[in-house]
Design a protein around this ligand. Structure first.
Ligand code: NAP
Length: 254
């Protein structure tokens, strides 16, 4: 076990976008940041992206390990966490960030589009929380932060699967917060609004303009905006918060 590591941080979906910014924000000397990533397809591009996250984390003096593992696959999740435990022997922070979209109007939505999104966005956090919380409860300390979405609260046409997964993660957050509070483990959610990442890059200019028009602060959010809220929730200053949903949406939701 690496004795010099004081804090083990696990971030799902850390190779790009918001997850990468979270890995960077939580990186400091004495911390080992573990992240996973997984998209069947362009494996080379993924490995390059993961290497970039590792470099950014290491530039802050932290250690970084990126692992190709699907959050929706129980065996792969177990292997991922086994590596964390074998290296650090503890888990201090878990950020459930990995997420996907498969948009379609409800009337046309295919069963597979529904299943894929629910598997990654909701079953994934369930699997990770179950493993990490067992460790955290024994430690009598730990922080779990789930990345939800504004649409999980207000709904969004064309995203029934995604919205259901994000509303589900809010319910999961509140229940886990109640179950683990007496063991010193806090569970909170961050609900981003419209954030500039690969996920939103695929939206049409028309949709993007309509989104921007709804943001009182007048700009899209950045991954760093979301990561700052996660960093706060993972810090000592957030010791008295649990079961909360923090909206990072430029005022889109209030
Ligand atoms: P992104 O740019 O598409 O990045 C998604 C990340 O998740 C990538 O690192 C991806 O890895 C990883 N991932 C996808 N499927 C995975 C799986 N099955 N197992 C493990 N990792 C997986 O997305 P983002 O915009 O940063 O979104 C991050 C989170 O914020 C998501 O939960 C999303 O729902 C939420 N959110 C985003 C916005 C927004 O406006 N962008 C708004 C609200 C909420 P690969 O590189 O291997 O694909």
């Amino acid at each position: 076990m690496a004795a010099e590591i004081e804090r083990a941080v696990v971030v799902t979906g850390g190779s790009r976008g918001i997850g990468r910014a979270i890995c960077q924000a939580l990186a400091e000397a004495g911390t080992h940041v573990f992240f996973n990533y997984y998209t069947p397809g362009d494996r080379e591009a993924e490995e390059t992206a993961a290497a970039e996250t590792r470099e950014l984390v290491e530039a802050s003096g932290a250690k970084a390990t990126g692992i190709w593992a699907n959050v929706a696959d129980k065996e792969q999740v177990e292997t991922f966490f086994k590596q964390v435990m074998e290296t650090c022997g503890r888990i201090d922070v878990l950020v459930n960030n990995a997420g996907i979209t498969r948009d379609n109007l409800l009337v046309r939505m295919k069963e597979k589009e529904w299943d894929d999104v629910l598997e990654v966005n909701l079953k994934g956090p369930f699997l990770c929380i179950q493993i990490a919380s067992r460790v955290m409860m024994k430690q009598r300390s730990g922080r779990i932060i789930n990345i939800a979405s504004i649409v999980g609260v207000v709904g969004n046409p064309g995203q029934a699967n995604y919205v259901a997964s994000k509303a589900g993660i809010i319910g999961l957050t509140k229940t886990a917060a109640r179950e683990y509070a007496s063991r010193g483990v806090t569970v909170n959610a961050v609900a981003p609004g419209f954030i500039e990442t690969d996920m939103t890059a695929k939206l049409s200019q028309k949709v993007k303009a309509a989104m921007l028009a709804q943001i009182p602060l007048g700009r899209a959010g950045t991954p760093a905006d979301v990561a700052a809220a996660v960093k706060f929730l993972a810090s000592e200053d957030a010791a008295y918060l649990t079961g909360q949903v923090i909206h990072v949406s430029g005022g889109m939701y209030m």
